[in-house]
Ligand binder design. Structure first.
Ligand code: PMP
Length: 346
């Protein structure tokens, strides 16, 4: 008998079971022990691989999807990439309706992964027939055997994390986690993990991260939807201008808002101190950790798990570009040590 070759059957088998990595230097002046759940280790480089696989497999179990059918979503971001990846392996068509604001790089990336991309005008209202919401809805209605992922309003988004990320964190920390810090966009990540952890130990604190310019924190505190909270900001994937049903506000204890500028510097600091090249919202999450520490949230015995949702490579023309940082004015108040690290030999 020949020995079995040690290989995965396909890329999807690598989704989930991401590592927990201790943070050392960047948290040395904070109280507690800090561990990052680094979702960039998923094959599609983000936590969205989990929901793409979970939602598609649930549809398969219910008999809604059979090979050759179509999966539809409205995103140019991580979720789009993950859905395209899962669709390729499982033999589905993938349609993504995206805003004309999406960068060419992102659209090229999705097309490389086999998705059909509809680029819809950004400057129309959501109920306009040309908006990416309307286009996705229409294509879903017109395409027999199609599934609309609709991540902001899909309970399965929460269930994906309840069934995978939550149990992984409980197991990895041997039940010793005291605090979870996670960004909220659709809310699926924080809600699913929180639901699982609170069932295991209701004393675990669930600390959310929100952006200035988003309604989530105020809504959580007052149940009021305040339009005045809404204004443009730069961090992608964090916060929202509507209330997603994929967020279970009851399992979240608090929210902290972070700025674009501080989150950007913290993302860069993570690379320089911990060697972790992770995305803008990972910087936002660690920025929130620093602010929660200042508010006295943690003590020496705290075991804090912070979710890092994706990889830094997706932000080369943004947070990790000195030009972009300068254009935003993010270097105005700090010493530009970055620019001392490059020398051009002529
Ligand atoms: N970070 C990034 C980069 C994201 O794309 C998202 C998803 N919108 C989040 C954080 C937030 O995760 P969730 O949608 O599960 O709340």
């Amino acid at each position: 008998m020949k020995e079995q070759i040690n290989a995965y059957n396909n890329v999807l088998e690598l989704i989930g079971n991401t590592p927990l990595i201790k943070l050392n230097k960047i948290t040395k002046n904070l109280k507690g022990n800090f561990y990052a759940k680094v979702e960039a280790f998923n094959p599609g480089h983000s936590s969205k691989d989990r929901i793409a696989l979970y939602i598609i497999e649930e549809a398969e179990k219910k008999g809604i999807l059979t090979p050759g059918d179509t999966i539809i979503e409205t995103t140019s971001g991580n979720t789009g990439f993950s859905i395209a990846m899962v669709s390729i392996i499982k033999g589905y068509n993938c349609i993504l309706a995206v805003s004309s604001k999406s960068s060419k790089d992102k659209i090229d990336m999705l097309r490389t992964m086999g998705a059909k991309v509809y680029v819809c005008p950004a400057n129309v209202s959501a109920d306009d027939e040309r908006s990416y919401y309307s286009v996705a809805k229409r294509l879903h209605e017109e395409t027999k055997g199609s599934v609309y992922i609709n991540q902001y309003f899909n309970q399965l988004n929460i269930d994906a994390h309840y069934n995978s990320t939550g149990p992984e964190i409980w197991e990895q920390t041997k039940g010793q986690i005291t605090h979870l810090v996670a960004c909220s966009g659709t809310g699926g990540t924080i809600s699913g993990i929180a639901k699982y952890l609170k069932e295991k130990n209701p004393k675990i604190s669930i600390l959310g991260v929100d952006a200035f310019g988003s309604v989530l924190k105020k809504y959580h505190e007052t149940k009021e939807f305040d339009n005045d909270e809404i204004y443009p900001y730069r961090i992608e994937g964090l916060g929202k201008n509507l209330i997603p049903t994929a967020t279970d506000f009851d399992v979240i204890d608090k929210f902290m808002k972070v700025t674009d500028e501080e989150s950007a510097h913290t993302a860069r600091e993570l690379a320089k101190t911990e060697g972790l090249f992770v995305g803008y919202t990972s910087g936002a999450a660690l920025q929130a950790v620093k602010q929660y520490d200042l508010e006295g949230e943690f003590d020496e015995n705290s075991n804090i798990v912070v979710i890092f949702p994706d990889h830094g490579s997706r932000y080369m023309s943004k947070v990790f570009s000195d030009d972009w940082m300068s254009e935003q004015g993010f270097f105005d108040s700090v010493n530009i040590e970055q620019q001392q690290q490059i020398e051009f030999i002529k």
